[in-house]
Structure formats: structure tokens, C-alpha cells
Design a protein around this ligand. Structure first.
Ligand SMILES: C[C@H](O)CC(=O)SCCNC(=O)CCNC(=O)[C@H](O)C(C)(C)COP(=O)(O)OP(=O)(O)OC[C@H]1O[C@@H](n2cnc3c(N)ncnc32)[C@H](O)[C@@H]1OP(=O)(O)O
Length: 724
């Protein structure tokens, strides 16, 4: 059997097994669909074939239609690359086939893969097979009949849940819901499916065309009630995701006018959505995330990751406890070290609370939570450190303290132990300065709360061995984070790119713009909270400390405002002490706190930068651009210095680390939709009006002049100042 294609074998029992082969996940393409049709026609014509089994090679049924088509179609305008086969392949060829077709499903059947299986007359699955329709996460809707067949197989309520949340279910639940007819072990899967198919041919088993079923739909009023509630929820939780409401409309069409009418509407809406910016952005992020895992000279040189089973964490504050939580939930033993029993107890309680929170939100079972806690041990000295595979230091940002810890670690840990620091700003060379272990001192920068936020910055130095980088990358994947390898500089990739986004709001406020308006503009753009509310959550002391680091590293483009110090002087430190820009009351949304306004007035008077003493007049669009363009500008510095391997790494990092809206594709993807020239000329104008905070970088200027996208790879060879 060749590698890519569709293959057919007819057995002595008269069953034709049609196998999709497109490693690694048997993605469907227009070409594969054409061959599938051909094989089905052949099996239907052959008189020695009584029944057909459809399966996927290599233990994975199919990961769905080729997502790269969602990037190509909008660019080329050629919709022939997009899936348009609902009727021809699934209705005419499979569902209306004169011979019974059974899907033998293993590993995963996602998107078009599951839709293909639902068009068959029965589905037999191996245990723990993932079944789902994740199309909405890609900005589209199922295009091979999923919106019609899923509700007919599992009922409207379950179907809507699976569609809107894009969350796969396992075959065991699938059997319970009616999506799967039987479960068979991997070894027995094909045999059971053949027998089932023959059973249908001999009328011992039902011959079911999913699209013709109505029994699971329930009454019209009940179905419409469910859809109404789902619409309300979608409007509330995903106001910028048009595919959610579009999908519900398509489901409703089928319920009101029958499955065929539903398929027609599905085809029209799917084609429209493939052309949307949302779909383009989300497909971009899908591949960007996978590309970020490919690190030149690290993942492509045949190194094997070492197995990390035991980790020691130093410091049980919010970060250390969060990191411990994710590790133990992934079956990694953790020794948590604190300075005394009181701090240790506090850390243990935080970890328990983290796990309980995940159990309450249904993210983790009670059982798993209990098992995870049994992997944790609190310690107050280094005696357990001698045979750990990795240490993660997570103490406060204090250079002498960190240096002392690393010299101690060098003595107590084995010579192959990975020594990681969770510092968010300090240069790693400084952290390891007093050791001889620079090759294995690496940054593991988690984002707060570490047990929730999906990003992990793996900060490498030029001294790090490729093995250590690979090991940390692998741990990142095991603990279900998305690791991005970045270079060593102040703030690394994410905090560095976004430091102007934390300073810009202060500049605008001192120019007379209302702070609550600034937060509103950012929320309307799609971030969950605005920059001032974000500062409330982090606490002002943290912001002040980070601000000093950036001021030292990048004095030419730092905006210094007295506002944070004034707030602290007035006894305010954000949400933690109940004195922020907002009033936080349990059960209600944060409300603007008017008592902060006199402090802002004081800051404005001290700064005295309002032109003519009057607040500047700006539109919401200008506010947005004055906040985000400086971050894009810093991202250009980051790219210029090769702190990341490619612009799309910053897209993934901004979405997963800063909650930049995914449907805008990440900061660089969005910047390119705005255009380098507009960003450059705006920054240039503002830098003339308001100072060097806005001064465009050389990289941005060059690209704007050449009319080049900011995300286009550099044409010249790597720079001498490269951080990678
Ligand atoms: C018409 C239909 O209604 C429309 C559709 O079907 S849209 C597609 C719906 N399907 C999906 O959303 C599934 C997307 N894929 C995934 O979630 C995951 O890849 C998976 C769960 C299938 C496998 O995960 P995992 O084993 O971790 O492997 P992962 O690294 O993600 O993927 C392996 C390779 O397959 C590629 N791939 C996976 N699914 C793909 C898809 N649907 N299209 C194109 N490429 C795909 C990945 O890009 C990756 O390529 P690479 O090795 O060159 O980087």
C-alpha cells in the first residue's frame, strides 16, 4: 500500500475495505475525496462486493478536511479547493449507496472525518476514540453535513453543545449518545465492522440513513427553545464569532425544512464563512501553533528528549504553586521547597485550592485531583534535590537571591539536572553568572495563573545545550502548555512586546483621555479586559517593578508617568487591597471607582503634557491604534533582534499569553491586516507630537517603505545581534 491515497481490498467475505491514507492524520483533500468517490463507485459496481467498510490507516480515522484550504481559498478566491462534497460524496455516494457502508473508526474522527463516518449506515469505534466537530474554532461551520446528521444522531441539545464548544467526546460517550453503534477493541475493529456490514446487507441489522432520521430531534417547540437559548449564550459569550449564530441557523433550517434543505443552507453558509477574516485568522493560528513547535537545530537534529519524572520547585507563591499544580496533574512528582513550614502550608493550600477549582469547573475529575495531590511533597531543604530531573526556581524577582539559589543548586543537584528559572524579566546570564552551569540554566516563563494560562516561554541563552532546550520543550507539551522558544532579553518575547501596551494607557490618560474609555475600547476590540483592569489584577507594585526593568533596558522608548507611584502613595494597590481603578464586588461586574479620579488629575498636573493644557480629542479608533501600534513597533524590534524564530510565534504568544483575540490571528497577523505603512506613518506623526515613545523602529520603517508585510521572513542572513 502506498503512502497517500485511498485503497480498496475486497475480502473473501465479500466486504470491500476502503482505507484513507494520508499520514499523519488522514486529512481529507479535494483529491482524496475524488478518489474516495471512485473507490465507492467501483465497490458498488463489483458483483462480488456485498458490503463496504470505510476506515483510516495508521489507527486514526481522519482529522478532517485540510485546514490549509481555509488559507488558500480567500487568497486565490478559488472555492474549488474548499470542501463542497456534502451531496455528491456523502449523500449520493455513501448514504444512498446500494450496498451498506460501515465506518470503522479509531483514534480520531474530527470535522470532515466524523462527517464522513456519520454519512455511513453504522459506526463501530475503538475505545477512547475522539469524535468531534471542531470547525467553529476555525471560523467555519461543518461543511460535509455535520450540522444536519449530528442532531439526528445525538439529539439537538448534545449536538449544539458539541458544535458550539467544539469539544470532542470519546467513543464510549458516543455509544451512549447514539453516535456510535458498537465499540470494538483495536484488534477486533475491522472484523466487527465487516460482520456488522454483512449483518446490514442481510437485513439482520438496521440500514440507517442518518439524514432521514427524526426520532432524536424531538418536538419542534422543544428544539427551537434549545436553539433560542444557545443563540442568547452565543451572543453573550462570543459576540465576535459570526460562525456560532450561523451554525445555529443552519441546524434550525434542517429541523424546520428537513435534512436536504439543511444541507443546502450548510453548503452556502460554509462557503461564505471560508472567505471571512475570522476563518483566515484562525486557520493561520492553527498552523502557527504547530510551526512554533519546530525549532531549528533543536527539534530537527535527531535528539531524543529525556524523561522528566521528578521536578523540584523553589518558592510556593502564586507562580510556584500554579506550576506545581500543572506538573502534578500531568503525573510528574513535585518537591516544593519553601523557607519554613508556615509558607509551605500556605503553598500546599493554594495548590489544593487550584485543583479544587478545576474540579468544580469540571476540568478535572475528583479522582484525578486526588491522585495529583499524592504526587506532591513539601520540603524545607535540598535533601530531595539530588535525584530530581529538573528544578524550577519561582522566587521573587531579586537578583542576589536568584544567584545564591543557583549556586546552591549546582552543588546539590546532579550534573545533568535541568535548572530552570521562572523569572519574567531578569537576564538569564545574570541569574547564572556565579555558576559553571550556564549550559543548563534556562528560562521556563509561565504566565499567571500558571495552572490556567496555556503559554510557556522557553527562554534560551546562547550557552544552552540543545538537549536542555528540547527537554524543556517536551515537558511543556507533556503538561499541555504551548511552549514557544524565545531568546534571552529583558521581558523576553511577550512581556517585552507588550510593555508599551502597559505604558501607552498612562500616556493617554496624562493627555486627558478617560481611563474607563480606554479599557472599553480594548474590550470592544476583543481583549477580555482593558489595560487598567489588568493592572488592578496584577497589583501596582508588580507593574512598577517591571516598568523599571523596561526603563533601564529601553530608555529611548519608555514613557515614565508618576501615576502608579501616586496610586501606591495613596494606599492603593489594585484588586488585592480592594483599591483599584475599579470597585470589585462579589457577584457583580467591576464598576469604575470615581475616587481614583483626583489622583489622575494630580498626575496630569505633574506631567503637564496636555497640549495647551486641554485634553486631546481622539476617536476610539485612534485610542486603539495609540495603544496597539507601539506594541506592534516593539514586536518589530523583537523580530529584528531574532528574539523569536518567526513572526507567527508572536501571534501564538500574544493570543495565549496576553489574550489577544484569536479571531484577529494574533498581533502580527492583525498588524498586517492594518498595513505596515499606516502603522508607520501614524507612529511617526505621534512621535512628532508626543515624543519618542511612539518612534517607529528601523524594521518597521524599512518594511513600510518597501510595502512589505511585517510577518514576511527576513531575506538577509541571521543578524549578529540574534538572540536565538
Ligand atoms: C468540511 C469540514 O467540515 C471542515 C473540516 O473538516 S475542518 C478540520 C476539522 N478538523 C480539525 O479541526 C482537527 C485539526 N487537527 C487537530 O486538532 C490535531 O492536529 C489532531 C487532534 C488531529 C492531531 O493532533 P496531534 O497528534 O497533536 O498532531 P498535530 O501536530 O496537531 O498534527 C499533525 C500534523 O497534521 C497536520 N494536521 C492535523 N489536522 C489537520 C487538518 N485538518 N488539516 C491540515 N493539516 C492538519 C498538522 O498541521 C501537523 O502537521 P505538521 O506535522 O506538518 O506540523
Amino acid at each position: 500500500m502506498g503512502v497517500t491515497g485511498v485503497f480498496m481490498e475486497v475480502g473473501n467475505d465479500g466486504v470491500a475495505v476502503i482505507t484513507i491514507s494520508n499520514p499523519p492524520v488522514n486529512v481529507l483533500t479535494v483529491a482524496i475525496i475524488a478518489v474516495l468517490k471512485e473507490k465507492f463507485s467501483k465497490a458498488t459496481r463489483r458483483s462480488d462486493v456485498k458490503a463496504i467498510v470505510l476506515t483510516g490507516k495508521g489507527g486514526r480515522f481522519s482529522g478532517g478536511f485540510d485546514i490549509s484550504a481555509f488559507q488558500k481559498v480567500p487568497k486565490s478566491g478559488d472555492v474549488s479547493d474548499s470542501p463542497n462534497e456534502s451531496f455528491d460524496l456523502i449523500v449520493n455516494t455513501i448514504e444512498d449507496c446500494k450496498k451498506p457502508v460501515v465506518a470503522a473508526v479509531e483514534g480520531l474522527a474530527l470535522g470532515g472525518g466524523l462527517e464522513l463516518a456519520m454519512g455511513c449506515h453504522a459506526r463501530i469505534a475503538a475505545p477512547k476514540t475522539q469524535l468531534g466537530l471542531p470547525e467553529l474554532t476555525l471560523g467555519v461551520i461543518p461543511g460535509l453535513g455535520g450540522t444536519q446528521r449530528l442532531p439526528r444522531l445525538v439529539g439537538v441539545s448534545k449536538a449544539v453543545e458539541m458544535l458550539l464548544f467544539s469539544k470532542p467526546i470519546m467513543s464510549e460517550e458516543g455509544k451512549f449518545q447514539g453516535l456510535i453503534d458498537d465499540i470494538a477493541s483495536s484488534e477486533e475493529l475491522l472484523r466487527t465492522s465487516r460482520l456488522w456490514a454483512l449483518g446490514v446487507a442481510e437485513r439482520r441489522k438496521p440500514w440507517v440513513r442518518s439524514l432521514h432520521r427524526r426520532d432524536k430531534i424531538g418536538s419542534l417547540s422543544e428544539a427551537q427553545g434549545l436553539l433560542r437559548n444557545a443563540r442568547e449564550q452565543a451572543r453573550r459569550t462570543a459576540p465576535n464569532m459570526p460562525q456560532q449564530l450561523a451554525c445555529l441557523d443552519v441546524v434550525e433550517e434542517g429541523i424546520l425544512h428537513g435534512g436536504y434543505a439543511g444541507l443546502l443552507k450548510e453548503a452556502t453558509v460554509a462557503k461564505e464563512l471560508v472567505l471571512s477574516n475570522t476563518s483566515k485568522a484562525l486557520a493561520h493560528l492553527f498552523f502557527a501553533q504547530r510551526n512554533a513547535a519546530k525549532v531549528p537545530n533543536i527539534t530537527d537534529v535527531g535528539l531524543k528528549p529525556r524523561h522528566v519524572k521528578k521536578v523540584a520547585i523553589i518558592g510556593g507563591g502564586i507562580m510556584g504553586s500554579g506550576i506545581a499544580t500543572v506538573l502534578i496533574l500531568s503525573n510528574i512528582s513535585v518537591f516544593l521547597k519553601e523557607i519554613d513550614s508556615e509558607y509551605l502550608l500556605k503553598a500546599m493550600k493554594t495548590i489544593e485550592a487550584n485543583i479544587q477549582g478545576l474540579v468544580t469547573r469540571g476540568k478535572v475529575t475528583q479522582d484525578k485531583g486526588r491522585k495529583a495531590l499524592s504526587m506532591l511533597k513539601g520540603v524545607s531543604d535540598y535533601s530531595e534535590f539530588k535525584d530530581v530531573d529538573m528544578v524550577i526556581e519561582a522566587v521573587i524577582e531579586d537578583v542576589p537571591l536568584k544567584q545564591k539559589i543557583f549556586t546552591e543548586l549546582e552543588k546539590v543537584c546532579s550534573s545533568c539536572c535541568i535548572l530552570a528559572t521562572n523569572t519574567s524579566t531578569i537576564d538569564l546570564k545574570v541569574v547564572g553568572e556565579k555558576t559553571n552551569s550556564q549550559d543548563r540554566i534556562i528560562g521556563a516563563h509561565f504566565f499567571s495563573p500558571a495552572h490556567v494560562m496555556p503559554l510557556l516561554e522557553v527562554v534560551r541563552t546562547e550557552k544552552n545545550s540543545p538537549q536542555v532546550i528540547l527537554d524543556l520543550l517536551t515537558v511543556g507539551k507533556i503538561i499541555k502548555k504551548v511552549p514557544i522558544v524565545v531568546g534571552n532579553c529583558t521581558g523576553f518575547a511577550v512581556n517585552r512586546t507588550f510593555f508599551p501596551y502597559m505604558q501607552g494607557p498612562h500616556l493617554l490618560v496624562n493627555l486627558g483621555v478617560d481611563l474607563f474609555r480606554i479599557d472599553r475600547v480594548i474590550r470592544n476590540f476583543g481583549l477580555p479586559i482593558g489595560p487598567f483592569q489588568l493592572q488592578d489584577l496584577g497589583g501596582y507594585r508588580l507593574g512598577l517593578a517591571a516598568g523599571k526593568e523596561f526603563a533601564n533596558a529601553f530608555p529611548d522608548r519608555t514613557f515614565r508617568s508618576p501615576l502608579t507611584e501616586l496610586l501606591l502613595k495613596n494606599g492603593r494597590n489594585g484588586k488585592s487591597n480592594g483599591k483599584g481603578f475599579y470597585i470589585y464586588e462579589k457577584g457583580s461586574r467591576p464598576k469604575p471607582d470615581p475616587s481614583v479620579l483626583p489622583i489622575i488629575e494630580e498626575s496630569r498636573q505633574l506631567m503637564n503634557i496636555m497640549p495647551g493644557g486641554k485634553p486631546i480629542s481622539v476617536t476610539d479608533k485612534e485610542i486603539l491604534e495609540m495603544l496597539l501600534f507601539p506594541a506592534v513597533n516593539e514586536a518589530c524590534h523583537v523580530l529584528d533582534e531574532c528574539v523569536v524564530a518567526r513572526a507567527s510565534d508572536l501571534d501564538v504568544a500574544s493570543v495565549l499569553g496576553m489574550s489577544f483575540p484569536s479571531y484577529r490571528g494574533g498581533i502580527m497577523f492583525w498588524a498586517d491586516t492594518v498595513g505596515s505603512n499606516h502603522i508607520y506613518t501614524s507612529l511617526k506623526r505621534w512621535s512628532e507630537m508626543y515624543g519618542s515613545f511612539f518612534k517607529p523602529s528601523r524594521f518597521l520603517e524599512e518594511r513600510a517603505v518597501k510595502g512589505m508585510p511585517l510577518s514576511a521572513p527576513a531575506t538577509s542572513s541571521p543578524k549578529s545581534n540574534s538572540k536565538l
